[in-house]
Design a protein. Sequence first.
Length: 293
Amino acid sequence: MLLQKLTEKQFKDIAKLVYDKTGIHLEDRKLGLLSNRLRRRLKALNMTDFAEYYRFINSDKGFKEEESHFLSAVTTNETYFFRNDQLWKFITDELIDHYIQTKKSGRKSIRVWSAASSSGEEAYTCAIVMRELLPNFSTWDVKIVGSDISNNVLDKAKAAVYNDYAVSKTSPERIKKWFVQKDGAYHLKDEIQKMVEFKFHNLRDSMAKGTYDLIFLRNVLMYFDVAMKKRVIDVVTEALAPNGRLIVGDVDPIRTISELSSHMTLEYLRPGVYGKPSITGVDASGRKQMVTT
Ligand SMILES: C[S@@+](CC[C@H](N)C(=O)[O-])C[C@H]1O[C@@H](n2cnc3c(N)ncnc32)[C@H](O)[C@@H]1O
């Protein structure tokens, strides 16, 4: 049984690799936690020390082989359906209506991106809410993308089979309506599953420009340093469609870090929610006129 911990130097080397690959900033106090998580990998790979493991993941071939396990070991994937009931109350009571109103005259299509989706609970919660609240649902074209850097959680998202914890904040009525309970697990019904697609995406890379009417970016910014937070804010701002909404959730570092709030070009609408203006025309001097509705 391996009881050793990473040395400070090994921790720093691995933390640098994690930062280069993901943008996640591992604070020094995570040394013990990371040692514990990687010890399991050493055991699985039959390796005797962290130096050997580092040499392995620091090579192109080794990283490719170990990527999923390594990223699972360094990421926090905590999530569940209807996480933050205040937020989902705002979405069901007010935000869905924003889309019903703004899509009245155009194509009734809604594109959603759950960025850093983990195992899919956030993306599927959004699908459930839209399925329940959009009037004459069959006349709407709703597509939701969930993305993450960890293939392990993406596989879970695609399987859409959940445990008690995942549905602990879901009402019994919704569980009954949208899940099939089998062998102690909750299988999400196809009708909801088919509204969502999952794919690998690193938040540091651009997504389709001007595409998404709604982007969730919750419980992930806190793992990044300021430079990476700014980069991710740029990525989601660019991906948002005119009149779209960005939800960063209750842990909103943008308002509390002045370097980030001055960097943000989206309009602050309410705690955790930002809006992208729509272009309403051009003024006499050719300047675009923008408004957030
Ligand atoms: C705590 S979970 C958040 C899940 C969900 N958004 C929620 O709020 O319930 C954070 C997720 O961010 C993902 N993540 C971390 N760094 C990432 C990056 N650079 N690109 C994409 N996803 C990343 C992790 O793999 C993890 O699944």
